[in-house]
Design a protein around this ligand. Structure first.
Ligand SMILES: Cc1cc2nc3c(=O)[nH]c(=O)nc-3n(C[C@H](O)[C@H](O)[C@H](O)COP(=O)(O)OP(=O)(O)OC[C@H]3O[C@@H](n4cnc5c(N)ncnc54)[C@H](O)[C@@H]3O)c2cc1C
Length: 261
């Protein structure tokens, strides 16, 4: 990464104005940006914008975009709300040094296929709030074209009664070969598979099936087959498409069983 001008604005308005100039980008933790050879005319550091917070009220949990994965792992709110799944998902990512710098905003903006956090947040039906575009579901955000904007925060309604996340890695610090999360949100089953290696997606056919059943008996196995048939899987250095498809059945069975129990 090559930076011409480093800026540390004091307001969101100023940050957005700087971001709108050609070749400018927001810097979160800089962990991913630093891996590439991007030339930035302006690096807009959001460190002074009060976006590093984790808070809750009766109805929701809110996480500021500048919160790091380590904050999410260790904060009392994220360790307790939603059965601690946000903390557990964050803790599964790489090592402490990376988690100390990588931010939630950078994770969401990147829409990375390998993301573990996106899989869990999608299952929880998280909302993303942007400075210009406003609030929208994470699912809608992932399906939009990239536009210059600033992610302010992510919020999750406390309508979640059960949730479970699982990822499979060759080594503890590698990307997941596949990850999955399931949740019961406001009485509706949600099931998400990521690191396919494409971006995390809801398995809507399997979700429809699970939302229509009268008895949990045998349903995890059927949902596993439906999810593995409706989603596409790719081959990369970590796993083949065939392996991922089989792994999908196993992860979905685990997640669905945990949530239906
Ligand atoms: C070596 C390595 C391994 C990793 N392994 C995993 C893994 O196994 N699982 C996993 O889930 N993740 C993994 N990650 C990703 C990590 O969790 C973060 O998603 C990533 O580092 C981006 O966060 P950041 O704060 O560093 O973003 P940056 O590098 O600062 O920015 C990334 C992008 O997001 C933009 N951006 C940042 N913040 C905002 C904002 N608030 N609003 C708008 N745009 C913004 C930047 O302009 C840039 O385009 C890995 C990252 C690295 C570097």
């Amino acid at each position: 990464m090559d930076i011409r001008e480093y800026c540390r604005p004091k307001s969101i308005e100023e940050a957005y104005e700087l971001l709108c100039s050609e070749g400018a980008a927001i810097i979160g933790g800089g962990a991913f940006l630093n891996l590439g050879d991007r030339q930035l005319s302006k690096a807009v550091d959001i460190g002074d914008l009060d976006l590093s917070f984790i808070k809750e009220d009766e109805s929701r949990v809110e996480i500021g975009a500048a919160s790091t994965l380590r904050d999410i792992e260790l904060n009392d709110i994220t360790r307790q709300a939603f059965e601690g799944v946000l903390s557990k998902t964050a803790a599964s990512i790489m090592g402490v040094q990376l988690r100390n710098v990588a931010t939630l905003g950078g994770t969401i903006y990147g829409k990375y296929g390998f993301s573990d956090m996106i899989t869990t947040l999608l299952a929880l039906n998280a909302q993303v709030e942007l400075y210009k575009a406003g609030a929208m579901s994470l699912e809608s955000y992932l399906n939009r074209e990239h536009e210059k904007d600033i992610i302010l925060k992510v919020s999750i309604e406390k309508e979640v009664t059960k949730v479970f996340y699982e990822g499979v890695r060759k080594t503890g610090t590698d990307f997941s070969m596949l990850n999955a999360a399931a949740a019961m949100v406001d009485g509706e089953f949600r099931l998400c598979i990521g690191s396919r290696p494409g971006r995390a997606k809801l398995a809507k056919g399997a979700m429809n099936f699970l939302n229509g059943i009268d008895s949990a008996k045998g349903s995890a196995g059927i949902a596993a087959i439906l999810a593995s048939e409706e989603l596409t899987f790719g081959t990369d250095a970590r796993a083949s498409d065939t392996y991922r498809k089989e792994l999908c059945k196993t992860l979905v069975r685990h997640c669905v069983t945990e949530v239906l129990e």
